[in-house]
Design a protein around this ligand. Sequence first.
Ligand code: FE
Length: 199
Amino acid sequence: MSDPSNLSRRKILLTGAAAAGGALFADDLLAQAPLTPTPACGADHAPTLRQTEGPFFTPNSPERQSLIEAGVTGRTLELTGFVLTRSCKPLPRVLIDFWQADAKGEYDNQGFRLRGHQFTDGEGRYRLRTIVPARYTGRTPHIHVKVQAANRPVLTTQLYFPDEPGNARDQIFRPELVIRIGQAGETRQGRFDFVLDMA
Ligand code: FE
């Protein structure tokens, strides 16, 4: 049975949207509140570049949006964005699996520290809470990711940070894969939209 207070909240929001002349639904308003708006897209986006998986992927990571747990230290990063088709259609229920080094540049190859997967929501959005990884030998800081829509090939790639001096010396680094970074207090706010090779 529905909670009557939720119902009245929906009603209020719907009334508000109608009064403002908008065509938004209550759930849209609620869902959009904390996140960035739909990206302004052109007609045909280039698919996100593929990159090497590297040696430290572990399958079957836990499903979670936050990788911050006991024992994980470092600068907090909130990474958000959409998974889109080339024509800019948001893709719901896309699997996104993240893995990364810790603040000392080390991977957990025994367990699942700083590893986790999630699915994009009904509007094609994801939200990851983690820390900024450190560089390690030969590599500038990066976050590994696999993105897969249902019954489609996996996109494996890596994301980078804009202000790292090591980027220029890293053989794998590509500027197309740099996260857009803002800042809210001590937390870094990142934005990256994945584009899958789908019409
Ligand atoms: Fe790596």
